[in-house]
Design a protein around this ligand. Structure first.
Ligand code: AHR
Length: 782
């Protein structure tokens, strides 16, 4: 015991415990326009005239395009497909100029408010065009403000009656965040065009078909160990036909010349050009030093129950084998050669591969086995990632883990989006996980929100991930990117518009943990830092209601039994429709049971009960909720939900169900027709004085200690590093503190919440430190 203060953390710097490997990385999915209109630097929206109502009901082939008819000019524009540039890219624009006036042509409005331009910078324009035979044409390519102020202009001479690529570079005279790309002609006649593209010359690492440098840079700044891509739900939400517009994400569609890549309906309700494809993902990973973790569909779409028959599974397995060859094969292999021809003869060094994304249902796990066997047989060193559904516990979660254990998957992908309180209450989640079983890939997680409070809760939880490095192999916050004008999902790690980007408070936590991961955890001992047991645990008492949500159902034979007193209350029968909430009563006992019969009459969902409504919390049991596919118990704290457990269940119309909800302390058990369907404990956070972890960076021999103080009071603690430095301790401390819990970063104050850094020196190997209230502190001792 170090002895200077009542509380201490002793770190044994010579006692390395667990390798931390590739623990912290990135999750990338093209939602919130993360790729098109985001990381992918293309400035033209709908460059190949392929937008379609299948992507989004208000899209059409001319979305983001407008006619230009200045003065007396007269043009018609139409989208045709009789002589396409490529079969995968059928549409092209036909511009017919009848009168040239003061400018006849078309313009593109870009994404967000328009095309962002910077003074003196260069922009590469390119397009494919053809003209009718012997009709040589001149086209002026300009960048203009919305009001018509000219920023740049160059001329192109078109002469080919076959599709031909033309390009030029424009230099911009002024800054503008809402500019337009304008193509005008001063000759009458017809011009056909496709793949109209404008890229800033300055892309990340100056790559062609490259990435927006500010967004790529903020990602690179994190120094992630890996990047998972291309999603998310977009991997498996789609049809089985790889040539269909709404197909699942098939990687082979995403490589090679961009004009030959098909356009894809992104399930987040927009169009995906696939300009940012697998080759670009691999390159980006290499550029930022992150290991690539592709995730492939397994011929199963759990959202629409599309299932490839087992006898047709081989092409899907071949996709996986070919991808490994594409990434790692030498140039004499078929796919290694293709990679080389794309410009990368050296292998990309793929180590991990995910099969499936948050899968539910036996058909996936049946298919997973075939993938696993075929891949391991040919590539035993590839670490395979199985899936455990979209929730932190329950039947589908267990099914995923059982499959992973049976098949000896290397990792299991876990996903959960929960309240900050859930994260604090589940700090010990992985303590009992076994080292000789598949490791956890926490492939998607976030607490609901981007406030400083969320960041603190996530930081505390992450020290728990590090302490359990024997069980947790990889972890990435999700989602990562969000264009503020196209939001599908909140919260996110990073927000951007067409010219600005900022990291949230959560970003700065991830950054701290990534920069100071270390490569081994160290043994620690602490004094005075355990959470004190609360005098009593609150009951799940309060109001009980029946709720109508997208359904109409009869509820009858409703009884509420107080299991402590035996008292039974009978409630009247009810017909509950969408939008109706019906109060059954209020219970304050520790143990009770709600029993009822229910019959669904119509609607897309089943039954819903709210219980334990008290103060800032309430709980729900939903039977046949989203897509009428499961029975879920969830809690809501301060308006932020957490799914506690989920199991598959579908409610049939006109069928009577016997339903029971039993509460014993904080244990919740539900029964359908007398069979247990869900069982869970609604844990409450029992906040510790400090959350901490210790690791070492073996290369520099620096000891790293991360400490999170969640409470509203400073905590004085001694850091004891006796075996590390005999006389003097010195190093750097990085700290987040002094914010309101509700504080957030924004475009106006992008680094309001960001770590402050200072050097320190102590005269001996004990270091007394007052951890400010609600703070995150990282020490790097040299
Ligand atoms: O991260 C957003 C979405 O959440 C992902 O697409 C999906 O995997 C999860 O449900």
């Amino acid at each position: 015991m170090s002895g200077l203060t009542e509380k201490s953390i002793k770190v044994f710097s010579k006692d390395k415990k667990e390798p931390l490997g590739d623990l912290y990385g990135l999750f990338f999915e093209d939602l919130n326009h993360a790729a098109d209109g985001g990381l992918y630097a293309e400035l033209v929206q709908n460059r190949s005239f392929e937008f379609d109502p299948i992507d989004r009901s208000d899209y059409h082939a001319l979305t983001a395009w407008e006619k230009v008819e200045r003065g007396e000019a007269e043009v018609t524009i139409s989208v045709e497909d009789s002589f396409p540039l490529h079969e995968n890219n059928p549409n092209y624009l036909t511009l017919k100029t009848k009168k040239v006036g003061d400018g006849a042509g078309i313009l593109n409005t870009g994404f967000n408010s328009g095309i962002p331009l910077k003074k003196d910078e260069f922009y590469h324009f390119s397009f494919f065009a053809r003209v009718d035979q012997a009709e040589k044409k001149t086209l002026t390519i300009s960048l203009e403000s919305k009001e018509g102020v000219l920023h740049a202009s160059e001329e192109l001479s078109l002469h080919s009656s076959e599709w031909k690529k033309y390009s030029l570079t424009l230099q911009c005279k002024s800054d503008d965040q809402s500019a337009r790309l304008i193509l005008t002609t001063n000759q009458t006649g017809t011009i056909y065009m496709d793949m109209v593209s404008l890229f800033p010359a300055k892309t990340f690492m100056d790559r062609e078909n490259g990435l927006r440098s500010d967004i790529a840079q903020i990602l690179a700044d994190l120094k992630p160990k890996f990047m998972r891509f291309p999603g998310g739900c977009l991997v498996h939400d789609g049809s089985l036909d790889e040539r269909a517009r709404d197909s699942m994400y098939r990687w082979k569609n995403t490589i090679g010349d961009t004009e030959k890549r098909p356009s894809r309906r992104n399930n987040w309700k927009y169009n995906q050009t696939l300009g940012l494809g697998y080759y670009e993902y691999f390159l980006f990973c290499e550029d930022i030093g992150a290991k690539p973790i592709p995730v492939l569909p397994a011929g199963y779409d759990p959202h629409h129950h599309r299932i490839v028959p087992l006898e047709n599974l081989q092409p899907w397995i071949d996709d996986a084998l070919d991808l490994i060859e594409f990434a790692n094969g030498n140039v004499s292999t078929t796919w290694g050669k293709i990679r080389s021809e794309l410009g990368h003869p050296e292998p990309f060094g793929l180590e991990y591969l995910g099969i499936g994304n948050e899968e539910v249902g036996e058909p996936f796990f049946e298919r997973y086995e075939y993938f696993h066997r075929a891949i391991k047989e040919k590539h035993p060193d590839i670490k395979l990632i199985n899936s455990s559904g979209p929730f932190a516990a329950g039947g589908e979660y267990d099914r995923g883990w059982d499959s992973a254990k049976k098949n000896q998957s290397d990792l299991v992908d876990e996903h959960y989006y929960q309240s900050p309180e859930w994260f604090l209450a589940h700090y010990h989640r992985y303590d009992d996980f076994k080292r000789d079983e598949p490791k956890v890939f926490l492939g998607e997680y976030a607490s609901w929100g981007n406030t400083y409070y969320n960041a603190i809760a996530e930081a505390a939880f992450m020290t728990g991930l590090e302490k359990n490095a024997h069980a947790v192999g990889l972890a990435c916050y999700a989602p990562m990117l969000c264009n503020v004008d196209y939001i599908n999902w909140e919260p996110n790690l990073i927000y951007f518009n067409n010219h600005q980007v900022f990291g949230t408070a959560n970003y700065y936590v991830q950054k701290l943990f990534m920069h100071h991961q270390g490569d081994y955890t160290l043994k620690t001992e602490s004094t005075g830092l355990s959470a004190s047991e609360p005098p009593s645990i609150p009951t799940i008492g309060g109001q009980i209601k029946l709720i109508g949500e997208q359904s109409k159902a009869e509820y009858y034979k409703i009884t509420l039994t107080n299991l402590e007193t035996g008292e039974v209350k009978e409630c009247p029968n009810a017909l509950v429709e969408n939008g109706i909430e019906l109060l059954l009563g209020e219970l304050h006992s520790k143990h009770y049971r709600l029993s009822f019969k229910a019959r669904k009459l119509e609607g897309t969902r089943g039954f819903k009960v709210m219980f334990g409504e008290k103060d800032n919390q309430k709980l729900f049991w939903e039977i046949g909720g989203w897509q009428n596919q499961d029975s879920v118990i969830s809690s809501m704290v301060n308006g932020r939900g957490s799914v506690l457990t989920q199991s598959l269940f579908t409610v049939k119309n006109d069928q009577e169900y016997s339903l029971d909800l039993e509460i014993k302390g904080r244990k919740i058990t539900t029964y359908i027709d007398d069979e247990v369907i869900n069982e869970t404990v609604d844990k409450l956070p029992n906040i510790k004085p400090l959350y901490y972890s210790a690791s070492i960076d073996s290369l520099t021999n620096e000891v790293i200690i991360k400490v999170v103080n969640v409470k509203d009071e400073a905590v004085l603690t001694t850091i004891d590093l006796q075996d590390y430095a005999k006389d003097k301790l010195k190093g750097t401390v990085y700290e987040l503190s002094g914010y309101e819990l509700t504080d957030v970063n924004s475009f106006e104050a992008p680094d309001k919440i960001s770590p402050k850094q200072k050097d320190f020196e102590a005269s001996n190997s004990f270091y007394e430190y007052e951890f400010p209230k609600q703070s995150i502190t990282v020490f790097r001792f040299q």
